[in-house]
Design a binder for this molecule. Structure first.
Ligand SMILES: Cc1cc2nc3c(=O)[nH]c(=O)nc-3n(C[C@H](O)[C@H](O)[C@H](O)COP(=O)(O)OP(=O)(O)OC[C@H]3O[C@@H](n4cnc5c(N)ncnc54)[C@H](O)[C@@H]3O)c2cc1C
Length: 443
């Protein structure tokens, strides 16, 4: 795969930034609820609160959808992320509730697309946890059993049965969810928020939050917001605000690459008849998906730790793009001559428990991190559940499943640069030993 003419972007390969960015806050305002962060979580919270008739202000540092909301791979998952074997072992009682929440999140996104008439190229294909080796197939079998027992809608199959390319041995399909263009999806939600009763201020970075006279005072360069309640929906950027719980999550940079358009006949020859998005069963997954513009978007495989807040605006490293290109050639040897056209990346928030979280600090500050690489469905769902809680005082069962009683979080394990590098090395070693390269070449 050629990588010498890759267009590197600091935003996303899926869409251009909006041309109607809203003005920054330029005066002091008051409201009932302030939401900080206009990603999928924050926009859904603000939209739902506005639908409840609440007086809500949304503050976004750049423009709504600027973060991972528009940068992700667009694979809407209907099952939890992370290491399922580990999660089910560590949290045996909560696990079925987390599985149910993830399933509901997938359905929620489908209903949102329909209700808001979002033009986002959604295809309800499901997604496949795909195995590139016998070792990975064994892992998929164990994961399928655990997820089925917990109530998930998953099926095991060979690559032919699942309609995925023959270079993969088989896998487990999550039938809920599918693939979409995340840029169109998040900018579509942005349009809905802008058209709602919520007051939206873009180019408005929150620099501090304090309590004064029973109110929250939210500071920005152009003015202050006095609010009764606050929702922190800043995802990986949470550590930038002193009020956010310490060690809530680790910011991790992940990369996606898109190929040049591929002749439809060559795509058809892959045997990818289901068009399901795929994630491999490595410790750090590789993801592959088709797009409506006859390209393949693929990524992750390497996690890069953000060292300091504020997190930098950046493009992917050429070495990471080259590593992803090598993986692409291995998984799709018949497309080895296809060139990589563009690359981008974004910050995800990884929690130390690898579980999605939501909670409250005092009586008036709410937060959620529903991500760990699965936030495309879970972030808007949890954001909307938080809005319902604020509006009605009633917590939905799915919110209870991820609710944190005390905002105290342990130091994350293996999330430093050496740990992440070690995990990558273990994955490459396993690829070699398990002969995933050989399997793909045979296909
Ligand atoms: C490359 C990549 C691939 C991914 N692939 C998938 C996938 O296929 N499937 C899946 O389910 N998930 C995927 N994810 C994860 C998913 O995109 C995220 O979990 C989800 O988008 C996070 O929620 P969010 O949209 O609310 O966060 P974000 O979009 O990051 O929103 C946070 C917002 O807060 C704003 N902000 C931060 N600090 C401040 C401040 N101080 N003041 C004002 N505003 C502030 C930021 O500008 C940003 O817009 C991927 C993520 C990335 C980066």
């Amino acid at each position: 795969m050629k990588t010498d003419h890759v267009e590197y972007t600091t935003f996303s390969g899926w869409v251009d930034p909006p041309t109607d960015v809203r003005p920054a806050l330029g005066e002091d305002v008051t409201c009932e609820v302030a939401v900080v962060g206009g990603g999928l979580a924050g926009m859904s919270t603000a939209l739902r609160l506005a639908e409840h008739g609440r007086d809500v202000v949304l503050l976004e540092a750049e423009f709504c959808g600027h973060g991972s909301a528009s940068r992700n791979a667009g694979q809407v998952a209907g099952a939890p992320g992370g290491d399922i074997q580990l999660l089910s072992m560590l949290y045996p009682r909560r696990f079925p509730a987390i599985v149910r929440m993830a399933d509901h999140a997938g359905h929620f996104v489908e209903q949102l697309i329909e209700r808001l008439e979002l033009d986002c190229d959604y295809e309800p294909t499901g997604n496949v946890c795909a195995a590139v080796s016998r070792g990975q197939m064994g892992r998929v079998r164990r994961v399928t059993k655990l997820l089925r027992k917990a109530g998930a809608h998953v099926e095991l199959g060979t690559s032919a049965e699942l309609g995925i390319p023959r270079g993969f041995l088989g896998g487990m399909r999550e039938s809920v969810g599918g693939i979409l263009n995340p840029g169109k999806f998040s900018l579509g939600i942005r349009d809905a928020v802008l058209a709602s009763g919520a007051r939206v201020f873009e180019r408005t970075r929150v620099t501090d939050v304090t309590r004064n006279d029973g109110h929250l005072v939210i500071r920005t360069a152009g003015g202050e917001v006095r609010a009764d309640k606050l929702v922190l929906a800043t995802n990986a950027f949470g550590g930038e605000l002193p009020l956010a719980p310490r060690r809530l999550s680790s910011p991790i940079w992940v990369t996606e690459v898109e190929t040049e358009p591929i002749d439809p006949a060559r795509l058809a020859a892959l045997g990818w008849t289901s068009r399901s998005g795929m994630v491999t069963q490595h410790n750090i997954m590789e993801n592959y998906r088709l797009t409506s513009r006859d390209t393949i978007v693929f990524g992750v495989r390497r996690l890069q730790r953000g060292k300091h807040h504020p997190l930098p605006v950046r493009t992917p490293d050429a070495a990471v793009v080259a590593d992803l290109a090598r993986a692409f050639e291995t998984r799709f040897p018949a497309l080895a001559d296809v060139a990589a056209a563009r690359a981008w990346g974004g910050w995800v928030a990884i929690t130390s428990s690898w579980l999605p979280l939501a909670g409250r600090i005092g009586d008036d500050v709410y937060y959620s991190v529903a991500c760990n690489g699965h936030g495309l469905a879970q972030a808007p769902y949890v954001g909307s559940l938080l809005a319902d809680l604020i509006a009605d005082g009633e917590a939905h069962e799915d919110l209870k499943a991820i609710w944190v009683k005390k905002p105290k979080f342990p130091r994350p394990v293996m999330m430093g640069a050496p740990g992440l590098r070690t995990i990558w090395t273990v994955d490459r070693f396993n690829d070699l030993v398990n002969g995933s390269r050989r399997n793909a070449r045979r296909a």
